[in-house]
Design a protein around this ligand. Structure first.
Ligand SMILES: Nc1nc2c(c(=O)[nH]1)N[C@H]1C(S)=C(S)[C@@H](COP(=O)(O)O)O[C@H]1N2
Ligand SMILES: [Mo]
Length: 317
């Protein structure tokens, strides 16, 4: 008999049904009243976090791909998540990540700092949408993924940053008992990333809560991670617990480790090699294909204008 091993991010069917029933009772009752079939309603809710189970996620047609979507079996098993280990095979170890409850701080130079649970945050920003994005790791592998989430600009609007704020600093959880690699002193934990305010307000900057129509797996940065697809993958910080508005450029994790190789900007550019390898092409996960890497990872029409005049910055490292 074939017994499929349950992925860490799929909760048992029994639990999903119970939880969905409890949190989504109103929708269910409405459905029953309208004579819809109970069973199909439940199937649709399976494994979906209650906060966004209310509506089916709609795909935003603005973001299209030039390549097939990467099969989930690759993008959920080939990962970078250094809190759980330096290898690509961290998906099992990452199941130690405890995502409930998950509290997020919006702090620093804002009108009114708040602490909010991730489900409440989703309600405050008005729910989620799906976007198809490319992802290009600085190590030259790439993937194409349907993310579910909301524009980072919505969080910025909600936060009401002061005019003096020039950067948004985003920080991953810090819990060495849960993530043993955080005991290693040579890493500058916790993982920190940052964007300018213009970048944080850019339409493309996306906060991810789901992947392939399901909650984002732990190994991919549950329950809330960033996707900034015109930048190398290390900018897309996972499992965020703090958004801090500041007037100081954040000292980001990889830049702190090795600034000559991983800078603050890290915009994708096939013509600017990494000090140790070419960035001209990329290996598409799940295929033998190498494709030419695109300037701004193909997102120039959305982002190139932001960098005009920044001639003194190392925009592509
Ligand atoms: N907190 C944290 N965020 C992180 C990383 C990490 O190690 N820790 N790795 C980064 C890198 S290098 C990449 S390429 C992407 C990988 O995301 P994926 O595993 O979902 O493909 O996450 C980024 N975000
Ligand atoms: Mo990466």
């Amino acid at each position: 008999m074939l017994i499929r091993k349950r992925r860490g991010w799929e909760i048992p069917e029994s639990a999903a049904t119970e939880e969905a029933l409890f949190h989504d009772r109103r929708r269910l009752l409405k459905g029953v009243a309208a004579g819809s079939i109970l069973a199909s309603g439940l199937a649709g809710l399976r494994g979906i976090r209650p906060a966004f189970a209310e509506d089916a996620v709609t795909r935003n047609p603005r973001y299209t791909l030039d390549r097939p979507i990467t099969d989930a079996k690759y993008s959920t098993t080939y990962n970078n998540f250094y809190e759980f280990g330096p290898d690509k095979t961290v998906s099992d170890a990452a199941q130690a990540l405890k995502t409930e409850p998950w509290t997020i701080k919006i702090e620093g130079m804002v009108e009114k700092p708040i602490t909010i649970g991730v489900d409440d945050l989703l309600k405050r920003v008005g729910g989620t949408e799906e976007r198809l994005y490319r992802h290009r790791c600085v190590e030259t592998w790439s993937m194409a993924v349907p993310w579910t989430g909301f524009a980072l600009s919505k969080l910025v609007d909600m936060a009401k940053p002061l005019g003096s704020a020039t950067y948004l600093k985003m920080t991953t959880f810090m819990d060495p008992a849960m993530a043993p690699e955080q005991n290693k002193f040579f890493y500058p934990w916790p993982y920190v990333e940052g964007l300018t305010m213009a970048e944080a307000r850019n339409d493309l900057a996306f906060l991810v809560t789901g992947m392939y129509g399901k909650p984002v797996p732990k190994q991919d940065g549950a329950p809330l991670r960033l996707a900034v697809p015109w930048k190398y993958g290390f900018k897309s910080v996972k499992s965020i617990v703090s958004f801090e508005f500041t007037d100081k450029r954040p000292n980001t994790f990889w830049e702190a480790l090795q600034s000559s190789e991983y800078g603050f900007w890290a915009n994708v550019n096939p013509d600017v090699p990494h000090p140790r390898w070419s960035q001209a092409t990329e290996r598409v996960l799940g295929t033998d294909e190498r494709r030419p890497t695109l300037m701004w990872n193909g997102y120039g029409e959305y982002v190139a204008d932001m960098y005009k005049g920044l001639t003194k910055e190392r925009l592509f490292v």
